[in-house]
Design a protein around this ligand. Structure first.
Ligand SMILES: N[C@@H](CCC(=O)N[C@@H](CS)C(=O)NCC(=O)O)C(=O)O
Length: 214
């Protein structure tokens, strides 16, 4: 199976983490949405990463791809069985994919992607706007982190999606800070300690370092 994308994207990281949790082998095909290969476009008509090719089956969107992986390989499950826990897991995935990324993406794009990867100056006013928007979002997340996982007793797609997005914020120095957000930082460390995290992060580090000329 091939996943098209670039690993700094939280959506690409999400599907790699889901695959790693489940022991599904995926190959990362580096892909730039601004200069799309025909094979990538066939799988992702709106040019968004990630996209998946599995034989003659193509799919885009991280939530759809994670759902495909969950159906292909149900164990270990990332979808809690309990009604309330399952709904919470979906909420946290949605929170990461729409609310957290909307604020964080403004910072990441303007302080990292544009200046460091695209060679164009970022819009600092937009980054500062993102920082302002991020404050209550991180405060909310802090209020939701306890001793276990975000949706309850079981690790879920909610934990994967939120942690995947927070790792992207690491590119602009905004990974969870134990001094200001201790519960979030402790939960994030627990996610990072899972066996799925290390290999996904190591591959990302290698690709990003190469992209930055390292
Ligand atoms: N809902 C989509 C969002 C995917 C998305 O927005 N990906 C961004 C990268 S983080 C992208 O491809 N942007 C390029 C573009 O919009 O042209 C998902 O979950 O996969």
């Amino acid at each position: 199976m091939k996943v098209y994308g670039f690993p700094i994207s939280p959506f690409v990281r999400k599907v790699h983490l889901v695959a790693a949790e489940k022991g599904i082998a995926v190959e990362l095909a580096l892909s730039n949405p601004a200069d799309p290969a025909a094979e990538f476009l066939a799988a992702s008509p709106f040019r968004k990463i990630p996209a998946l090719i599995d034989g003659d089956f193509t799919l885009c969107d991280s939530t759809a791809i994670a759902t495909y992986f969950e159906a292909l390989q149900p164990e270990p499950s990332i979808t809690p069985g309990d009604a309330k826990a399952r709904a919470k897991a979906i909420w946290f995935e949605e929170f990461a994919d729409t609310i957290l990324i909307a604020a964080g993406g403004k910072i990441m794009f303007n302080r990292f992607v544009s200046p460091k990867l695209m060679g164009k100056p970022g819009d600092e006013a937009m980054a500062q706007q993102g920082e302002k928007e991020l404050e209550p979002i991180l405060a909310y997340l802090e209020s939701q982190c306890g001793d276990g996982w975000l949706a309850g007793d079981n690790f879920s797609i909610g934990d994967i999606a939120v942690a995947a997005t927070l790792r992207s914020l690491g590119y602009v120095g905004l990974e969870p800070n134990a001094a200001t957000h201790p519960r979030t930082a402790a939960w994030y460390e627990r996610v990072k300690a899972r066996p799925s995290w290390g290999p996904v992060a190591a591959l990302e580090d290698k690709i990003v370092s190469r992209a930055l000329g390292g």
